[in-house]
Write a protein that binds this ligand. Structure first.
Ligand SMILES: Nc1ncnc2c1ncn2[C@@H]1O[C@H](COP(=O)(O)OP(=O)(O)OP(=O)(O)O)[C@@H](O)[C@H]1O
Ligand SMILES: [Mg+2]
Length: 359
C-alpha cells in the first residue's frame, strides 16, 4: 500500500490519478475475493463490521463525524482489529480518494529517521485537494510503529505538531511501551484487548453462514478456545480446517492445528497423577508419537489443568513453578526426552507432597 501512496505527495495538486490497483489491505477486487484468504476476504470494511471494542469504535466514529479526529495511538495484541479499524475510518472519511489522502507505512517499509524527514514531511506539507466546504485533513498511518527507530520517533514529535492543521497521525503497535512517552502524550490512546469469546463466536458464525460451512458446536468451541481472542488466528484455523476436512468438528480443529485435545490432556494428567514413573513415561511418549504432539503444548495445557484441580496451595505453587522452569528450558531447545522426564518427576514430587499433606 505504501508503494501506492508514496508517490502521492507530488501528485496531490495535480489531476487526481486513477485509483491504485489492489495492493495490500485496500478493498479487494471481485476476482481476488473468491480466492483470497478469509482474513482478507472478511476484513471489516466499515466501522460497523468491527466486532467487539464497541466503545472505542463508537468514539472514533463520533469524532470523525464531527470532523474532530485527534492523533490516534491504537495498541494491543495481534489480530484484534487495529489495522482494520483505522482502514475503515480512512475509507469512511475519504471514500474513493482513499489512495491520495493517506500515507501508509508499515514494518515492511524503511522506518528510520530518513523516512520521517522525507516521505512523511513531504506528504504532510503538500497541499491537499479540498472536497466540499471543509479542507480535507490527510492521514499518516504508521502501522507497526513499535518497529520505528528511537531517532525516527523523536523526529516525529515535531512533525506531528508542525502539521497538525492539515494532517492527522495514526500510530498502531503491539507494544505500547516501545513508543516514546512524548509521542504517546500527543495521541489519544485506545487499547484493543483480546476479543471476548462471545464476539469471536459471533463473527465466526457470520463467516460460517456466508461460506456455508458444516461446523458443529464442539468445533466452534475449539476454534474460539484456540484463538485466544485473536480473530485472525480464529479465521486462519477455520480456513485450514475447512481445507483438511469437510466437517469441522472439535477433533478436526485440534488435529489440524496439532494442539492436544482436552481429553488427551485429561488422560495425560491422569497418568501423571496416578501412574508410576516408568509407565507414565511410556504412555505419554507413545501418545506424543502417535498424535504428533509437542511437549511444549502439553506443558502449557497441563499447567491450565493444574489450576483447575483441587490441591493444597503450597503444592500447587511448587508445581506451577517447576512447570514454568520446564517450559522455559524447552524454549531453548533442550532435550525433549529429558524434559518429559522432568515433567513426570515434578508430578511425582507433587504427589509425595500431596500424600504427606493428607496424613
Ligand atoms: N474486531 C474485529 N472484528 C472483525 N474482524 C476482525 C477483528 N479483529 C481482527 N479481525 C480479523 O482479523 C484480521 C486481522 O485484523 P487486523 O489486521 O485489524 O489486526 P491487527 O489488530 O492490526 O493485528 P496486528 O497487530 O497483528 O497488526 C482482519 O482481516 C479480520 O478478518
Ligand atoms: Mg495490524
Amino acid at each position: 500500500m505504501a508503494g501506492a501512496t508514496a508517490a502521492a505527495p507530488m501528485d496531490i495538486d495535480a489531476a487526481a490519478p486513477p485509483p491504485p490497483a489492489f495492493k495490500g489491505k485496500g478493498p479487494l477486487p471481485a476476482s481476488a475475493v473468491k480466492s483470497s484468504p478469509w482474513v482478507e476476504k472478511y476484513r471489516p470494511q466499515s466501522l460497523a463490521d468491527v466486532a467487539a471494542h464497541r466503545d472505542i469504535v463508537d468514539t472514533i466514529d463520533r469524532l470523525t463525524d464531527e470532523n474532530r479526529l485527534p492523533h490516534l495511538l491504537l495498541y494491543g495484541p495481534p489480530g484484534t482489529g487495529k489495522t482494520s479499524t483505522i482502514l475503515a475510518v480512512a475509507r469512511k472519511i475519504y471514500g474513493s480518494q482513499y489512495g491520495n489522502m493517506i500515507l501508509e507505512l508499515n514494518a515492511s517499509d524503511e522506518r528510520g529517521i530518513g523516512v520521517v524527514r522525507q516521505q512523511i514531511q513531504d506528504f504532510a506539507s503538500a497541499h491537499s485537494l479540498s472536497f466540499g466546504a471543509k479542507p480535507a485533513v490527510k492521514l499518516v498511518l504508521l502501522d507497526e510503529a513499535d518497529a520505528m527507530t528511537k531517532d525516527a520517533q523523536f523526529a516525529l514529535r515535531r512533525v506531528i505538531e508542525k502539521y497538525t492543521r492539515s494532517t492527522r497521525f495514526a500510530l498502531i503497535c503491539n507494544h505500547v511501551n516501545k513508543i516514546i512517552p512524548a509521542l504517546q502524550s500527543r495521541c489519544t490512546r485506545f487499547r484493543f484487548a483480546p476479543l471476548d469469546g462471545s464476539h469471536v463466536t459471533e463473527r465466526l458464525q457470520h463467516i460460517i453462514k456466508s461460506e456455508g460451512l458444516d461446523v458443529d458446536e464442539g468445533g466452534l468451541t475449539a476454534l474460539v478456545r484456540l484463538s485466544n481472542g485473536d480473530m485472525r488466528k480464529a479465521l486462519n484455523i477455520l480456513q485450514s480446517t475447512h481445507m483438511a476436512s469437510q466437517q469441522i468438528t472439535e477433533e478436526a480443529v485440534y488435529l489440524c492445528t496439532g494442539n492436544p485435545m482436552p481429553k488427551d490432556i485429561e488422560q495425560i494428567a491422569f497418568w501423571l497423577l496416578n501412574e508410576p514413573f516408568s509407565s507414565s513415561y511410556k504412555y505419554i511418549s507413545d501418545m506424543k508419537m502417535r498424535k504428533g504432539l509437542a511437549l511444549i503444548d502439553i506443558i502449557r495445557e497441563v499447567t491450565m489443568f493444574v489450576f483447575k484441580i483441587k490441591m493444597p496451595s503450597d503444592v500447587r505453587v511448587k508445581l506451577i513453578n517447576d512447570l514454568a522452569d520446564i517450559e522455559y528450558r524447552l524454549t531453548f531447545a533442550c532435550n525433549d526426552k529429558l524434559q518429559l522426564g522432568a515433567l513426570i518427576s515434578t508430578f511425582t514430587t507433587a504427589r509425595t507432597a500431596l500424600v504427606a499433606s493428607a496424613d
